[in-house]
Design a protein around this ligand. Structure first.
Ligand code: SF4
Length: 394
């Protein structure tokens, strides 16, 4: 029995075990910093159990500045902190960059945002049954999970932080599946949360089996940040389970290049090597990815690792996030800088998310029409006339 268990664990951890054995690897070095064996450090359940939650937890591993130090008690009832040891370890790994700490550590500025909303996308109003958000006719977001490896400071679902007992809640899942099954127009189910990969392989397998039995569901998608915040969760075994239910797509959420560690890239490879297309949704955040250079570097790093940059969101109007939001005019300039500098595969859409759906925003290259000619601004900023482009077919 013991030999069987050991074999299962070895198979399951695969590439992460190899990384943990390498004394120079990030996983190995972080395990030493946290005072645990590398095999323990790469166990995703250990990571969840040992999330850093208090200023004392953080201060054991990284120095907090005054705005961070005062924030834990002040924000306790608004949005708790919770960060995996792995992700928190990246703060010291990149001491000259703020991207990780701004996303993970609470700040007192979160108290100053008076305009932010609790439910900026009005998801509650768009949920015909609990945890099924139905905005577009052909697809739903099915929120089965409430737990996350890292509670991102800008999360637009932070209002749910104190709700308990919802994670893979059986009756909520049953009612959601019944709703999807009774609506033949639903072709596409996005499983989200929280983070839906924070569950056992068996629970994910069972959920996929039930959804894939619904005849009109054509594709299943996951929204998960685990490749970024808890890569050890994305094992080859999990990818094998997803593969059984193809077409399954995964969207993840890298915001800066520091997050693309060898561990994160190994998690992505586990998915892609099993035929699962991986896309990326970033949020444009002050101090994290708010320059043309940072955004270009991120998009290039993503496509090098076979992740398709899909969306960059203008940060939602969530309470407590004003200090992280970037004006749309700046966002448009950053996104414009990608065109012509990165191959088309690497250019995400810049999106304003609204309660009635996603609105693409971006630089408008169309300057006008002259007769039947279309006048555009080309990528050098010069005027181009496309003759008869607007002429109706005779
Ligand atoms: S992982 Fe996603 S759902 Fe969880 S806190 Fe971050 S943004 Fe919110």
């Amino acid at each position: 029995m013991e030999a069987q268990t050991k074999q299962r664990v070895t198979e399951d951890l695969g590439v992460f075990e190899e990384l943990a054995c390498d004394q120079n690897s990030l996983s190995h070095r972080l395990a030493i910093q946290y005072g645990v064996e590398p095999e323990t450090f790469i166990n995703w359940r250990w990571q969840m159990k040992h999330q850093l939650r208090t200023s004392e937890d953080f201060q054991r591993y990284c120095k907090l500045d005054p705005s961070e130090l005062g924030s834990f008690a002040a924000l306790k009832d608004l949005f708790n902190a919770g960060v995996t040891p792995y992700y928190a370890g990246l703060i010291n790994e990149f001491p000259d960059q703020q991207g990780i700490r701004l996303q993970a550590i609470p700040r007192v500025e979160e108290m100053d945002d008076l305009k932010g909303l609790n439910d900026p996308l009005e998801e509650v109003a768009h949920s015909p049954v609990r945890e099924v958000v139905h905005v577009y006719p052909d697809r739903v977001a099915f929120c089965v999970a409430m737990l996350c490896p890292v509670y991102c400071r800008y999360c637009y679902r932070k209002r749910r932080d104190d709700e308990e007992g919802l994670h893979f809640n059986r009756s909520i899942v049953d009612r959601g599946i019944a709703y999807i099954a009774s609506n033949p127009a639903i072709k596409d189910v996005l499983i989200t949360g929280g983070d839906p990969f924070i569950a056992s392989d068996q629970a994910i397998d069972r959920l996929l089996a039930r959804i894939s039995e619904i005849p009109h569901v054509e594709i299943i998608r996951f929204g998960t940040r685990t490749p970024v915040t808890l890569p050890y969760r994305v094992t080859a075994n999990l990818a094998k389970i997803l593969k059984k239910y193809h077409p399954v797509w995964v969207n993840t959420h890298f915001n800066c290049t520091e997050e693309l560690t060898p561990e994160a890239c190994a998690a992505v490879s586990n998915l892609v090597d099993h035929g699962i297309p991986v896309g990326n949704q970033s949020v444009l955040l002050r101090g994290v990815n708010d320059s043309a250079e940072k955004m270009q570097d991120l998009c290039r790093a993503l496509i090098r690792n076979r992740v398709r940059p899909y969306y960059v969101f203008h940060a939602h109007m969530v309470a407590g996030t004003a200090h992280l939001r970037v004006p749309i005019s700046e966002g448009i300039a950053i996104m414009k800088s990608l065109r012509g500098n990165i191959s088309g595969y690497g250019i995400p859409s810049y999106i304003l998310d609204t309660p009635s759906g996603k609105v693409p925003i971006g630089h408008n290259h169309i300057l006008g029409q002259d007769g039947h000619d279309l006048i555009v601004e080309d990528l050098r900023g010069e005027i181009w006339r496309e003759t008869d482009a607007m002429k109706p077919m005779s």
